[in-house]
Design a protein around this ligand. Structure first.
Ligand code: NAP
Length: 293
């Protein structure tokens, strides 16, 4: 059984990007520049954005963090997005989610110029991905694709079952696995909360991708012998034996499922670390105008 090491893979990707940035510097080219907009003071969002900015510095990117009050109006936020859209020095823009309830995520997402949408959330990039055109692919699904590729996991002709149909993970994952490419060419079943006989379906999965948001939902009896299991879930649970007072677990019961799987991502250290690496890769592509030449 292989434990798919997302931490190491993400470090490899960051090193590859850092090497490319060093080359760009030598060539006198444009240093990739990522802007992040953070609205309010949500602790988790601050941590996520902080980690993204820190990673930018580590690999030699420029970054700009734009902080706005929780009470900022939708119109003002749209104006800030517009300003970043028009700033030729900024290559990529992310707006950290969630946004306060009085702001429409759809309106804000739709305002981001597709050329700078390194989160891959705009309708233009989702559409392009679906058509199998060059596109910025959302960071989590892109990270999973990269893990499958780098671990040389065969996907062609396999039955891939995805649990969860969110816009940021499950849905794009199902499209990527079904499209004509490598990884891809799988026969995909996308499941959700209305799916009947879920266990019977997951038992037939050669590749099982779980993004349901329920701690340790997937148990060994749901998994076929030799399946590849990708666990997207992240949950903090209290653990007094840890200095921090908590530990992280996924949507999959790792101890028992790993006994049956041929390969599995752990939590932490699996899909999670890949997300930032994917965002950085998208930003490099934006600076080098690879998606929208
Ligand atoms: P989400 O938006 O809450 O979506 C959960 C999906 O699971 C929904 O499509 C829902 O179906 C489906 N579902 C719920 N109960 C079900 C059931 N009993 N049987 C089958 N399907 C069921 O979650 P998400 O944003 O995709 O995130 C999922 C997990 O991944 C969370 O733990 C999140 O924290 C984690 N996550 C991790 C990363 C990372 O970087 N590692 C990134 C993003 C998310 P309906 O559509 O019918 O409601």
């Amino acid at each position: 059984m292989i434990v798919i090491d997302g931490k190491k893979t993400s470090q490899d990707i960051k090193s590859e990007i850092a090497a490319r940035v060093a080359e760009i510097k030598t060539e006198g080219g444009k240093i990739p520049h990522l802007a992040a907009i953070l609205v309010g003071n949500d602790g988790a969002s601050q941590t996520y954005v902080g980690a993204k900015v820190k990673s930018c510095h580590e690999i030699g990117f420029e970054s700009t963090l734009i902080r706005l009050e929780e009470t900022v109006s939708e119109q003002e936020l749209l104006r800030v997005v517009e300003k970043v859209n028009e700033n030729p020095d900024i290559d990529g823009l992310i707006v950290q989610l969630p946004l306060p309830n009085h702001i429409s995520v759809e309106k804000v997402t739709d305002k981001i110029k597709p050329e700078k949408d390194v989160d891959g959330f705009t309708p233009a990039n989702v559409g392009r991905m679906t058509l199998n055109w060059p596109a910025y692919v959302a960071a989590t699904p892109y990270g999973i694709v990269e893990l499958l590729k780098r671990y040389e996991i065969e996907t062609s002709g396999k039955h891939c079952v995805v649990i969860g149909r969110s816009h940021i993970v499950g849905s794009p994952m199902s499209i990527l696995m079904a499209r004509n490419g490598n990884p891809g060419n799988a026969t995909v079943t996308l499941t959700h909360s209305r799916t009947q006989n879920l266990k019977e379906i997951t038992q037939t999965a050669d590749i099982l991708i779980v993004a349901i948001g329920k701690p340790e939902f997937v148990t060994a009896d749901m998994v076929k012998e030799g399946a590849v299991v990708i666990d997207v879930g992240i949950h903090r649970i209290a653990d007094s034996s840890k200095k921090s007072g908590f530990r992280l677990i996924g949507d999959v019961k790792f101890d028992e499922v790993s006994q049956k799987a041929s390969a599995i991502t752990p939590v932490p250290g699996g899909v999670g670390p890949m997300t930032i690496a994917s965002l950085l890769y998208n930003t490099l592509q934006a600076a080098e105008k690879k998606i929208y030449p």
